[in-house]
Design a protein around this ligand. Structure first.
Ligand code: SDX
Length: 393
């Protein structure tokens, strides 16, 4: 009666599947990648180290990290023919639409990924991690009509991204270590999150034996939604409306409590966390540290903190266990780095990419894994007699 089917289907229709990648305890606010606490990884590792951990299951040795970094450097360029794709998108195209299209198109440039999906997987993984970063930066440069800045062999993963985004022939970009450190942290904190909407999408598409790049492209589309990864852009748009309206966040909190209103406090609440999202705690501190280091202040951060404090004294939120989630403060970091709002969810995708890859690989590595085929509880009409067109009223 519970609708449970056996594990061998790989997907009990309770929505649970097995995975060894991320452990998440929503009641206690515990999040571990391959057994390591995420806040410790964010504090002590680079994003590339954590990407290796998620994909391969162990923290890399120095030799392994050097080899992985070399692969990322080798595959940082995209095929020059792909650069012409950017010219064909309309100027207002959302970067998530561009990213999803370009990642799917990558599989046409590397047909071997469909013919022999698990061959040279290390190269295919590094190629994707590196090229998604380049595609993201190029889409930004194209959107503002600036010349592309190519990846440099002498820069780390995050420093290269910032340089590709903001360097320019007329105004060289100063790569600040604090900015690179903050970007590493925030990407690590987005690395994986168990069976969330976009990861489940990658797993479902991947279970049909779809190649890695096309499966990831589907995950990017799922992440775009404002209830999921698109929330980081929605949070800043909400904070901007509050700021431009004089800073009175209380009416937004009250609106969010009104059952007749469709408005939700973006960045608040979570399907699994029924306590403070551990990632939000680290991101909030990273915000403070980065703004102090860059000697900038952001009125939206002040509003966000006051709104959080006000909401967390309100029974409506406390009774429903609604706390800030990973999206509530992340946009403030992106703003401080100079990243435009419509790129925030692209940043989420950049961080989540190693997690998606790890889940796709976990499925393909498991000889027992089968096509995902969730079942449903049918609520439509029972069997009916057919009525010819002329007899229908
Ligand atoms: C991410 O799954 C993951 O792991 C996702 C993620 C990841 O790393 O992949 O963590 C990333 O997607 C984070 C979530 C980003 N989205 C938002 O911040 C959008 C705003 N949040 C809400 O839409 C909502 O909280 C969800 C969608 C995130 C979760 O919704 P649920 O679990 O389906 O909760 P629910 O809609 O059943 O709400 C329970 C109650 C309801 O009230 P009642 O019917 O009980 O009276 O809480 C209320 C809801 O109305 N509620 C909110 C609210 N979120 C839930 N009320 C006001 N503001 C909110 N944000």
């Amino acid at each position: 009666e519970t609708g449970l089917v056996t594990l061998d289907s790989g997907y009990m229709n309770t929505g649970a599947c097995t995975s060894s990648i991320t452990y998440l305890d929503g009641e206690r606010g515990v999040l571990r990648y391959r057994g390591y606490a995420v806040d410790e990884l964010a504090d002590k590792c680079s994003f590339v180290e954590v990407a290796y951990l998620l994909v391969h299951g162990t923290l890399p040795t120095r030799r392994q990290l050097t080899h992985f970094s070399r692969l990322l450097g080798r595959y940082a360029l995209i095929h020059e023919d792909m650069i012409h794709f950017f010219d064909r998108f309309p100027p207002h195209a959302h970067p998530m639409a561009i990213l999803s299209s370009m990642v799917n198109a990558l599989s046409t440039f590397y047909p071997e990924i469909t013919e022999n999906p698990l061959e040279n997987l290390d190269c295919m993984v590094a190629r994707l991690l590196s090229k998604v970063r380049t595609i993201a930066a190029f889409s930004y440069k194209k959107s503002i009509g600036h010349p592309l800045v190519y990846p440099r062999h002498d820069l780390s993963y995050c420093a290269n991204f910032l340089n590709m985004m903001f360097d320019s022939p007329v105004q060289p970009y100063e790569i600040r270590p604090e900015a690179v450190a903050a970007l590493n942290k925030v990407l690590i904190l987005h690395g994986d999150h168990e069976q969330n909407c976009s990861t489940s999408t990658v797993r479902i598409v991947g279970s049909a034996r779809v190649n890695l790049y096309a499966s990831i492209s589907a995950g990017i589309s799922a992440l775009w939604g404002p209830l999921h990864g698109g929330a980081n852009q929605a949070v800043v748009e909400m904070l901007e409306r509050i700021y431009n309206g004089g800073g009175d966040f209380r009416k937004y909190v009250e609106m969010a409590k009104d059952p007749s209103s469709l408005f939700r406090l973006s960045g608040f609440g979570h399907r699994v966390y029924k306590t403070y999202d551990p990632r939000a705690r680290v991101i909030k501190k990273t915000c403070d540290d980065l703004l102090e280091a860059l000697n900038v202040s952001d009125p939206l951060l002040d509003i966000a903190k006051e709104l959080e404090e006000y909401a967390l004294k309100d029974d409506y939120f406390l009774e429903r266990n609604l706390y800030p989630n990973v999206d509530f403060y992340s946009g403030i970091i992106y703003r401080a780095l100079g990243i435009p709002k419509n790129m925030f969810t692209v940043m989420f995708a950049l961080g989540r990419l190693p997690g998606w890859i790890a889940h796709w690989k976990e499925l393909w590595d498991d000889p027992e894994s089968r096509l995902y085929r969730p079942r449903q509880i049918y609520t439509g009409p029972g069997a009916r007699e057919f009525v010819p067109l002329d007899d229908r009223v």
